[in-house]
Design a protein around this ligand. Structure first.
Ligand SMILES: *Cc1c(COP(=O)(O)O)cnc(C)c1O
Length: 428
């Protein structure tokens, strides 16, 4: 990709962008009377304009039909969850029978661990990243304790490479091989929330399989952001939340993926609930649980349709835009951000020194760029926040800047780096 460091070039890129009209399909927040430049879709995606219509439809159906809305109308609630299969699967390389939209990420992780982490005397170890998201680490440790084991003797934490915040995939694979006789589970975040590093999980999944372990993935920062082939890579299970890149609103309904080789086993023990029954049995209230032989067999409760309507609105926008078009734009947009940071900031001498910690290679990152600010990151962050930009800060030292292809532009990227240049100085 060859870019130019001029506003005219950024505007030309926007002109030629086949997705440019999609920005108008979202509500852009207002600050100081102006629309903001929103680079925080990795934390909470923006609201699609069509959201209120989708919500109104559900609310009207409820008002007009009461309980009969479960089975009446074109959007009957008893089958509402089935609408998501065709919308989510292209984002994950999953088969329609391998996904279920339900619960939240952490709740789904507990369900998956209860079903797939079944330690015995021989195989009991778990490999994960030492700096995985807190909630994931809590879920892993507590499940280990529920089995009467000690987390410090069970969970092997992979440290980032020395002098870096990034994980070396070869080291992960070596660790898997070194523990192959006692390994039960490998659980990794596909895109790291802090650095934006995307692991090439396909080869790690292969190593986990060869070691006889289960491979599970957290897709919180991956879904809707990067391409992934869960089925082909034979990933066993995965979980995600929907309020980040999927724009499904605060606390939006998450989801899970289970490879069909597992869902087709009727005797697989799992935490069960009536919504996981075969659809023909779901309302019979039988004493015995007979699972639906797909990912829906992991559902527990009847679907939270009101919240799911919000997600449906956004997923339809994704479908209209085309996921491959979004990925193509995303790669260019974030590459342009990285290009401008280098071009513009390399020679300016100002108080803030920074280092880009996100890997530059296209197959090792998504939309997010993380910048380590060497001193006094909070002051720089406050300065940025006072202006029309929305980004976020982690651990008082890292700024996360995320141009999202659905609603960000090349010109916005240009404007941000212009602002940033005045205040920061790049360290190589
Ligand atoms: C955002 C995020 C979560 C959030 O979990 P919830 O259960 O949805 O609150 C968990 N793990 C990772 C890696 C995340 O990025």
């Amino acid at each position: 990709m060859i870019f130019e460091n001029t506003i005219a070039y950024a505007q030309k890129m926007d002109d030629e962008d086949i997705l440019k009209s999609f920005k108008n399909r979202f509500h852009i927040p207002i600050k100081n009377g102006n629309k903001v430049i929103y680079f925080c879709g990795n934390s909470l995606g923006l609201q699609a304009n069509s959201t209120s219509q989708h919500l109104e439809k559900v609310l009207n159906d409820w008002a007009n039909m009461g309980v009969e809305g479960h089975f009446m109308g074109d959007d009957s609630w008893a089958t509402y969850h089935l609408k998501f299969q065709d919308l989510i699967c292209p984002l994950l390389g999953a088969l329609p029978n391998e996904i279920a939209v339900m619960n939240s990420l952490t709740a789904n992780l507990h369900i998956m661990l209860a079903a797939f982490y079944r330690p015995n005397n021989k195989r009991f170890k778990i490999i994960t990243e030492s700096r995985n998201f807190s909630s994931d680490l809590y879920a892993l440790s507590s499940q280990v304790e529920l089995h009467g084991l000690k987390p410090e003797q069970t969970i092997i934490e992979i440290p980032p490479s020395v002098g870096s915040d990034l994980y070396d995939e070869e080291k992960i694979i070596q660790l898997i091989e070194a523990n192959k006789d006692s390994l039960s589970l490998v659980f990794l975040s596909t895109v790291n929330y802090y650095t934006g590093q995307k692991l090439r999980v396909e080869k790690i999944a292969k190593a986990a399989k060869a070691a006889g372990a289960i491979i599970g993935l957290d897709l919180a920062h991956a879904i809707g952001n990067v391409s992934i082939e869960l089925h082909k890579a034979e990933v066993d299970f995965a979980v995600w939340c929907s309020y980040k890149y999927l724009n499904a609103g605060p606390g939006g309904v998450g989801g899970l993926y289970v490879h069909e080789k597992h869902t087709q086993k009727p005797n697989l023990i799992r935490p069960s609930g009536w919504w996981g029954n075969r659809s023909e049995d779901r309302f019979k209230m039988n004493k015995n649980f007979i699972p639906s032989l797909d990912a829906n067999g992991f559902q527990l409760s009847n679907a939270p349709v009101i919240s799911m309507a919000v997600q449906l609105a956004s997923l339809q926008v994704f479908q209209e835009a085309g996921f491959n078009n979004l990925l193509y734009k995303s790669q260019h947009l974030t590459s342009y951000l990285l290009f401008l940071l280098k071009e513009k900031c390399i020679d300016t001498s100002t108080p803030f020194k920074f280092k880009i910690i996100t890997p530059l290679a296209l197959d090792q990152r998504g939309a997010q760029v993380s910048i380590l600010v060497i001193q006094d990151c909070p002051s720089l962050y406050e300065l940025i926040k006072k202006n029309e930009f929305v980004i976020d800060m982690r651990a008082n030292e890292v700024l996360r800047i995320t141009p999202v292809p659905l609603y960000n532009t090349f010109e916005e990227v240009y404007q941000f780096v212009e602002f940033f240049k005045k205040h920061a100085h790049l360290i190589q």
